[in-house]
Structures are given as C-alpha cells and as structure tokens.
Design a protein. Structure first.
Length: 478
C-alpha cells in the first residue's frame, strides 16, 4: 500500500519543548496523585487512631468560636487583614478547625476585627491623651521661667528651642498639634489670670464693704452721707486701714480710688433704700392705725344713730358735746382738728342721700297701701310690720316690690334703713296730728262736744291721715 509521512505543523512547538511539557505534566499529575493519597492517608490514620475532630475538644460552640478568635489574636491579625492572608497565616494551626465552616470563620473574623479596631482606637486615644498631658506639664514647668516667653505675645517658634530639649516635647508627633497645644495652654493661662484678678477684686470689694458697714454701726456713715463728709469723719488710722487704704504702707492693690467711691455710693444707695422702706412701713402702719381709729369713730356714730341721738337732720353742734367724751373722738381728733366733724358730716350726708333716693318709691307704695288697708300707728306697731304692709301693697308692681324687698332686707340688719326712717317719720306725723285733734276735740272746760261736734271730730280724725299725706308730699318736694 501507499505510505504517508506526517509533518509537524509550523504552529506547534518543537518536539523537544513538547517533550519537556509532557514530562512536566506527568510530574504534576504524579505530584497530585502522590498528594491525594497522602492526605487520605493522614485522614485514615486520624480516623484509625480514634481521635475526634477539633470541635470535640470544646464543650460548646461558643467555646470553639472563642478558641478561633484566640488564634487570630495570637497570630496578631490586624483589623485590616484580608481573608486570603488570614487563611494563609492561620490554616495550619489546629485551632483553625474550631470553626467547622468557612462562614463561621468569616463571621468570627469580622467580629474579632471590629472589636480589635475599637481596642486599638482606644489605645491610640489614650496614648494621645498621655502625650498631651506630658506636653502640657512640660509647658507648665518650662514656660513660666523662660526668658523669651511673654503671655499673650510670644509665638510658638520663639520658645520652641526651650521646649525641644525635653523628651516630652516629642511625645506629640505632629508639629501642628504641638503648636495648637501651646496656644491652648496660653489661652487657658490668660483665663486663669483673669479669674485670679476677679477673685482678688471681689475680695477687695468685700473687705471695703465690711469696713463701710463697721463705720455705719459706729454712726459715721448714714443714708445722708456724702463722700467728702465721710472722709472727713475718719481718723488717720481708719484712713490707713488695709481694707480701705489705696496708699500708704499697706495699700489695697486691687482697688482704685474710683472703686472705693463706687462701693461707697452703692452702700449709701442701699442705706437710702432701707430708710425709704422703713418709712414706707411706718407710713403704712400709721395709715392702718388711723383707719382703724376712723372706723371706731364711725361705729360710735352708728350706735348713736341707732339710739335716736343722730338723724339725717342732726347738726354737728348738736352732737359734738356728746361724742367729745368718747375715746374714739380723741383719737380721730389727733389726726386733724376737723377730721371728726368731716366724718360726721359725711356720715349724715350719705345717710340723707340714701334716704332721699329710697323715699320716692316708699311714698308711692304708702299711697297704694292706704287704698287697700289702713295701717294703725300705736304702741304695738313696728317697722317690721310696716315693712310687711309695704311688701303686700307693692306685690302688683315688680319694680316697686324689688325696691321694697331690698330695703326690707336691709332693715333686718340695719336699724338705719330707709324703711325705718320712713316709719319713724310717719309715726311722728301721726303723733303730731293726734295731739292736735285732741286739743281741738275739748272745750275750754275740758269737756267733749256732743252732736254735730262729735261728727266734726270724727271728720277731723279722718283728716289726720290726709294731713300726714300732705306732710309726706311736702317733704318729698323739699
């Protein structure tokens, strides 16, 4: 048959190179073949020896995970280490098998790295705090004695050489941070000095005020004192008192002359306010006492009015002698010579005005009552019964009834009510008319007339009420 010859294509590598690749491939296959049985053999040996897997070394899952995290800590796994690097570093350790799955290992690694990052952050923060405190101690020790340092004027570069000789200067790594700490320390020093000055000024003020209070107790300082009169009242020893002096052997360093005058003015103003308050309290107490005295005198007038000694027509001269014997009159008279008379006139005027207003409806109701029934004025009649008659007569008129009801309620509590006055007025008129009729009803021998004279007498009795009516009307017009 025919024979053919195979030629190697140009794109294929040379035969020697291909042979070498085949040898390498064979070696790789044989290596894998060797490695696999070895691993299997190791596993078979472990199973044959009866040893339990790594998880069996731990009582529970939490203990196993803790052992895995302990492996990460022992290998100093950083919070930023990648999973591949962790696998390469830790997979040969027996504690690697404490976590049975890759997911558990990655979860434990994430928890470990988070916790470790927080711990390292805290450590770094504490280191910065210690470095800051050491640097501040350096500033406190060196700067007060440094020649080039002037608070509020020196710059950081001016005193850097004085600080850089100490190891604590380099505890703070960043130069910018050192400069910031320097200016913070300078600012805090300024605030501390200001607080110290304020405290000393406050102490100086308290000492000066205490000195002024002492002079007040001695009587050399009052609410009416002035600065010049106060200085002239002090002895040389008092002027040299350390609490007050600004010159001399023991001057007050934190108080000027203007400060002294200001403290003096404030203290005098306080004394003036206290004096004004004292006078106000005295004035209020006097007013209360005078009011109580006037009330007592008015009560005395009411008592006299209840007793019939004072009426709306009474004059001051008619009652002055009677009330002048009373103690309340003397107390009111001490307030002013005309106070008692003015109070009496006001009392009578108010009483009269009230009765004048109330008398108008009283007259109307009285006229209405005479048409229905006749009210008999005798020893048994009273203002209370009279009030009931007026209420019954005004029942048909709501307005009049309301007015009479108001006056009737006042009459139960106040004998000086308008109903009582109106009753007294009518009774007085009735008594006057009765006395007049009695005179007209007797002859010169004292005997009564008969016949037609008796009829005339009865007609006169009927006119008594009419006379009373006329009198009431006339008084109303007046």
């Amino acid at each position: 048959g025919a024979t053919t010859t195979w030629k190697r294509p140009v794109e294929l590598p040379p035969e020697d190179a291909a042979g070498s690749d085949k040898s390498k491939l064979k070696r790789g296959v044989s290596f894998q073949a060797e490695e696999t049985p070895r691993k299997k053999k190791r596993g078979s040996q472990a199973s044959g020896s009866g040893e339990s897997p790594p998880q069996s070394l731990y009582a529970n899952k939490a203990e196993a995970i803790a052992a895995f995290k302990g492996l990460l800590l022992a290998k100093d796994i950083a919070p930023t280490t990648k999973w591949a690097d962790v696998l390469r570093i830790c997979s040969d350790d027996v504690r690697w098998e404490a976590a049975s799955t890759t997911g558990e290992r990655k979860q434990a690694l994430a928890e470990y790295q988070t916790k470790r990052a927080n711990e390292l952050r805290d450590v770094k923060r504490q280191e910065k705090v210690r470095a800051k405190e050491a640097f501040q101690r350096l500033l406190t020790e060196v700067l007060p004695n440094a020649k080039k340092f002037a608070p509020g004027a020196s710059r950081f570069m001016d005193i850097r050489d004085s600080l850089s000789k100490d190891d604590r200067f380099y505890a703070v790594e960043d130069e910018t941070t050192r400069e910031e700490l320097f200016y913070e320390w300078v600012e805090e020093l300024r605030k501390k000095e200001e607080r110290s000055k304020r405290n000393k000024r406050r102490e100086a003020k308290e000492a000066c005020v205490q000195f002024l209070k002492g002079k007040e107790e001695e009587g050399k300082l009052t609410f009416a004192s002035t600065w010049s009169t106060f200085l002239s009242s002090l002895t040389p020893a008092e002027l040299a008192d350390p609490r007050f002096a600004i010159n001399g052997p023991n001057p007050q360093q934190h108080m000027s002359d203007s400060d002294r005058q200001l403290y003096f003015s404030d203290h005098v103003i306080e004394l003036q306010n206290a004096e004004d308050e004292k006078r106000r309290r005295i004035r209020d107490a006097r007013r209360r006492a005078e009011k109580a005295q006037r009330d007592a005198f008015r009560e005395r007038l009411v008592e006299l009015a209840k007793g019939g000694l004072i009426t709306p027509e009474t004059r001051w001269r008619g009652i002055e002698e009677r009330v002048s014997e009373d103690k309340s009159f003397e107390q009111v008279q001490a307030q002013g010579r005309e106070v008692a008379r003015e109070m009496f006139e006001d009392f009578v005027y108010d009483w009269k005005e009230e009765y004048r207003r109330d008398r108008i409806p009283l007259v109307r109701v009285w006229e209405m009552s005479k048409k229905k029934q006749e009210f008999v004025f005798d020893d048994k009649s009273s203002a209370e019964n009279f009030s009931k008659v007026l209420l019954e007569s005004s029942a048909g008129s709501p307005d009049l009834y309301g007015e009479i009801r108001r006056m009737s309620n006042l009459a139960k509590k106040n004998p000086l009510s308008s109903i009582q006055l109106f009753f007294n007025e009518l009774r007085a008129n009735h008594s006057s008319a009765t006395s007049k009729n009695k005179k007209n009803g007797h002859n010169s021998d004292g005997k009564k007339k008969h016949g037609s004279e008796n009829n005339d007498s009865s007609e006169d009795e009927g006119e008594i009420i009419e006379d009373g009516e006329v009198d009431v009307g006339e008084k109303e017009e007046a």
